[in-house]
Design a protein around this ligand. Structure first.
Ligand code: TNX
Length: 525
């Protein structure tokens, strides 16, 4: 087996061992950093202190004493071509991380952590270990600027501490967008001060389907509740920002609206609203298109904007079956009044209203690829989930797109062996090698359009992921493969090389109690 100290995941752009020398971290080692690079030094120091118990102070300047053991962050003399780029140089007495921005310095620090023993992720002092990093020279920069994972906290709720840990794990994998799916038919999970019933009513469902919803309709009788208070969200955003992770909140409309309509029936189309759903699958409940409903949703978005500083806000837009709009006389009257051809165009008009609202507040709209139907709102970014076609169409129209296709990056799908020996999942078949082999840049797009493909994102829908340990199992190590697709150059090392590095990488996850699925079929073929 290859030297486990070189288990770098994702693989960097260039990496060269410099003989057999090592840097030995000592109780007297100091970090050197100042200005914009200081926070990255602090993030690194916190982990090193936790795992060694040593003081490891940060000073603004080096002393030039002979034999001083130091980790120095240096501002790049010329601005590096990519703002997230860094170089990392490890020699016997000194480690140097060079970057133009705090993000680059942070990623240099993440790579350095992977050169130390995996216990560096353990969070408990192990001063007896040999805290060595091999002498090495690394040059690195991301391939894509959008490197995301979506987590569905609506179908099942995860405690905020878990979300924090999850964000930390994303940052370790050099992923930088946490897409947070906060509302759906089965639950509304974000506190909105102006409309308290959204969580009072919308965050509770009576029960959940037992087994797979496709074959059974019996409920388990166990209530599911939980929501994120605005205070918690503010803290989480600060935590993510320190780790260079942007949080993209998603508020679903006009479909996947049943929990919201259960809380405020006047937002819907039926005389008597349905309860927060206890079943999976596509629902007919939509928001109506009345001015009061649009104003309600914009009030919600205003609070969301005040909580999340990211440039983008996601408004869903997927799987809105139009039955209720078609059958409702008021909706049909609005459709005619607006001079629209059909319900698809009405959805497009609806999304356009939200895009305009977000634009006025300095934000950009993101939606699932159904927002292409009936015409794409100006400036909208598309998440292409039903294959690559939506992303390709958006890019050709001069819109940005993120590749999220279900056949390559849906981590709620089965991941190996036979479904009969795996824990219950929604379906599909997405083994690790398929994630690793995914190529997000569509071959058919010429460069002028290809630049609109911002990146790639994995999805964790949680209908069949009721616990956080199951979430770990579905997410890892597929997230490690995604990281390699999103960060490493197109000509990345082959899958067999990834698997070898993964052996060392899994020890890091062990140190953090991540309950991943051991990819035994690849480790011991
Ligand atoms: C489709 S992907 C959905 C979700 C489901 C998921 C299950 C998308 C935009 N919508 O509502 O949870 O499939 O894989």
């Amino acid at each position: 087996m290859r030297d486990p100290v070189l288990a770098l995941v994702p693989h960097p752009v260039r990496c060269k061992r410099l003989g057999d020398a090592v840097f030995a971290l000592r109780a007297t080692t100091r970090l050197i950093a100042s200005g914009p690079l200081f926070p990255a030094a602090e993030m690194l120091a916190v982990r090193l202190r936790q795992s060694t118990g040593w003081p490891l102070p940060i000073a603004a300047r080096r002393t030039d004493e002979a034999g001083e053991s130091r980790i120095e962050f240096r501002q790049a003399a010329t601005v590096l071509p990519d703002p997230e780029a860094y170089t990392l140089h490890v020699a016997a007495e000194q480690i140097t991380i060079t970057a133009s921005t705090s993000a680059g310095a942070f990623y240099g620090g993440q790579t350095l952590l992977q050169l130390f023993p995996p216990a560096v992720f353990g969070g408990v002092p192990r001063p007896e270990l040999a805290w060595h990093a091999p002498a090495i020279e690394i040059e690195d920069a991301p391939r894509f600027r959008w490197r995301g994972v979506m987590l569905d906290s609506a179908r099942h709720f995860q405690p905020i501490d878990y979300i924090r840990k999850f964000i930390d794990l994303l940052a370790q994998h050099k992923l930088n967008v946490f897409h947070w799916h906060l509302t759906d038919d089965q639950g509304w999970r974000i506190e909105i001060k102006k409309y308290p019933r959204l969580v009072e009513v919308g965050s509770r469902r009576r029960e959940t389907t037992k087994g797979h919803g496709k074959y059974r309709t019996e409920g388990d009788g166990l209530p599911v509740t939980g929501y994120y208070a605005q205070e918690e969200i503010r803290d989480l955003v600060a935590y993510a920002t320190q780790r260079h992770v942007h949080i993209l909140p998603e508020i679903e409309m006009p479909g996947h609206a049943q929990a919201a309509v259960a809380a405020y029936p006047k937002l819907g189309l039926l005389p008597k609203a349905r309860e927060v759903s206890c079943r999976w699958g596509i629902h007919e409940t939509l928001f109506n298109v009345k001015p009061d409903t649009l104003a309600f949703l914009q009030d919600v978005l205003a609070e969301v904007i005040s909580l999340f500083p990211f440039d983008y806000i996601h408004i869903g837009g997927d799987e809105a079956v139009k039955t209720q709009w078609r059958q409702d006389a008021d909706t049909q009257a609005s459709l005619r009044q607006l001079g629209l051809r059909d319900e698809d165009h009405l959805q497009s008009w609806f999304i356009g209203q939200m895009a305009e609202f977000l634009r006025r507040h300095g934000r950009k709209l993101v939606g699932w690829d159904e927002i292409l139907e009936g015409g794409l709102a100006s400036g909208a970014t598309v998440m292409s989930w039903r294959g690559a076609a939506g992303g390709i169409a958006a890019a050709r129209l001069g819109h940005d797109a993120i590749m999220c296709p279900y056949d390559a990056v849906y981590f709620d799908y089965y991941q190996g062996g036979s479904p009969s020996v795996e824990p219950l999942a929604i379906g599909g078949d997405l083994p690790l090698h398929k994630v690793h082999a995914y190529e997000p840049a569509p071959a058919e797009l010429p460069a002028e359009h290809a630049r609109h493909i911002l990146g790639v994102q994995g999805q964790l829908w949680t209908e069949y992921i009721p616990t956080t340990s199951r979430l770990d199992y579905m997410a890892f190590p597929r997230i490690a493969a995604l990281a390699e697709v999103a960060w490493s150059p197109r000509e990345r090392p082959p899958f067999a090389d990834f698997v070898t590095r993964l052996c060392g990488h899994l020890r890091r996850l062990d140190c953090q109690d991540v309950r991943y699925r051991a990819p035994l079929e690849f480790l011991h073929p």
